[in-house]
Each structure stands twice: as C-alpha cells, then as structure tokens.
Design a protein around this ligand. Structure first.
Ligand SMILES: [Zn+2]
Length: 119
C-alpha cells in the first residue's frame, strides 16, 4: 500500500507523461495532415516511387498513433487507480508492486512476477 505522498509522486509522473504523450499525438496529427496534403499534390506528380514512400510514412504515423493511444489509455487507467487508491498493487495477485518497478514503468498494473508469467 502506498502512502498519499507516494501516490502524489506517481500521479505527478503520470500526468507529466500524459502531457508528453498528448503533445506527441498532436504532432503526429499535424504531420498526418501535411502528408494528406502532399499526397493530393502527388496525384499530379508522375513519381510513383515517391507516392509509395508517402503511403509507408502514413502507415508509420498510423501505427505510432495507435501505440501512443494505447499508452495514453494505460496512463489514464493508472491515474484512475491513484484516484481510488488501488494504484501500486498487482491486478492479478494483489501484492504490492516494487516501487523501483513503478518508477520505471509507472503505468504498470502487474508485479514483475505476474508480468513474466503472462509473457
Ligand atoms: Zn502479481
């Protein structure tokens, strides 16, 4: 069980990470918009190879966006657990998660043992 001070500490880390992730998502959105515009222009260009690269770029942006959205969801869930004070205990075995592990992966829901078992 974490103290209120410790919960506050992890809340600060999670909020900072959430802010960072949201900024990154905004940047990706902008990037994706630019790419959309350039692929419209590319319709007039005869360089098929360039269009291929653009599609790959779009795909990369899409995958990265998905990953960041997943991360964001995990951060929000961790913040919820801080709010209802279940943060810091493993969702499977209920044991306290190592503080070192929480420092390294503050959005984690599992202790290292369960994480390893889950693969
Ligand atoms: Zn566990």
């Amino acid at each position: 069980m974490l103290s209120d001070e410790e919960l506050k500490h992890f809340q600060d880390i999670l909020l900072a990470k959430r802010h960072e992730t949201q900024e990154e998502l905004n940047e990706l959105k902008e990037l994706s918009k630019e790419k959309d515009q350039s692929s419209e222009n590319a319709a007039y260009a005869s360089h098929i190879a360039e269009m291929g690269t653009d599609a790959q770029e779009q795909e990369k942006i899409y995958l990265l966006t998905e990953r960041l959205n997943d991360f964001l969801r995990n951060l929000n869930e961790a913040l919820d657990r801080i709010a209802n004070k279940t943060y810091g205990s493993c969702q499977i075995c209920g044991k306290d998660i190592d503080k070192e592990r929480l420092e390294a992966v503050p959005q984690t829901q599992l202790c290292l043992e369960c994480k390893v078992k889950m693969g």
